[in-house]
Design a protein around this ligand. Sequence first.
Ligand SMILES: Cc1cc2nc3c(=O)[nH]c(=O)nc-3n(C[C@H](O)[C@H](O)[C@H](O)COP(=O)(O)O)c2cc1C
Length: 305
Amino acid sequence: MTFDSKALRGAFSSYMTGVTVVTACADDGSLVGFTANSFTSVSLDPPLLLVCPGNHLNSYSVFEHCSHFAVNILSDAQESVSNEFARSNDDRFSAVDWQADDNGCPIIEGTSAAFSCRVHSRHTMGDHLVLIGEVLGFEHSGKPGLGYCSNGYFTLGREREANAVATSGLTGFTGVIVEHQGQLLLNDNNGVKSVPHIAVEKGEGARSALNNHLRLQGLNITLGPVYSIYDDHTNGHRYTFFTAKASTDASANMGSYCPIDTLPESTFIDGAQADMVKRYCAEYQTQEFGLYVGDAIEGEVHHGE
Ligand SMILES: Cc1cc2nc3c(=O)[nH]c(=O)nc-3n(C[C@H](O)[C@H](O)[C@H](O)COP(=O)(O)O)c2cc1C
């Protein structure tokens, strides 16, 4: 049976996972590591886990032959570490603090947990290797983990903040910054732009309210992480904005697409939305998106921490 591999990958990636960085030391002493969400715990007795390096990896031959490897389970502050180890770059380890374990495999600092493994067995399965490791040692910090689903990161902390409005006594509004090929979906009312947003019913979570709205509008968009949460003290409103990437330029009744590079000069419905869009445009250049928490005037941008 053959499938459209992009569609199959999309369906597989709807499974929510954590994120790991798998590391090893090659025979010549060089270090390799890649971001992996194919991690699974397998057995307690004996202690076994598995991870699946793909044959597309530059480091694939190392994982075909190494005697040991390590699995670093990233914490919710380590989105940038995940990005670093997912892009082709020979110097990935200079971006993180790490120490070698007894077998020379890098253990990254700040993780939720890390496992040092001896290779138990390898099974070539199609275009990936199922690499089973016997756990020789581990550490566990208790830090909450980083989540991944449908090409976007999430953290439980952010999701809980986004839903806190249900019990806060504020009137909730939720909206989404939808991006498609360098353009954002925005409403335009006589030259005054706004990010599409709706009111949230009491007791309803921001994400589910927005998902329902998008479905009703007929817009097939998967919401990404929460991007901005702020209270407007002048009117008792709490705003929760998400990001999303659209695969088509369909806009339903939610506005029209505007090129990102034109937006910093545009007029917005209020200062909070203007600041938010300006920040998005700047962060779009590096694709490292933070989370703003505060009020309509001041707050802090968190990068995963
Ligand atoms: C969240 C996430 C999970 C990933 N999981 C895997 C995986 O389980 N197996 C794999 O081979 N590649 C996986 N990748 C892709 C590799 O991390 C990426 O192809 C690799 O780092 C590229 O390194 P290279 O240029 O040295 O080959 C994942 C990427 C991301 C962002």
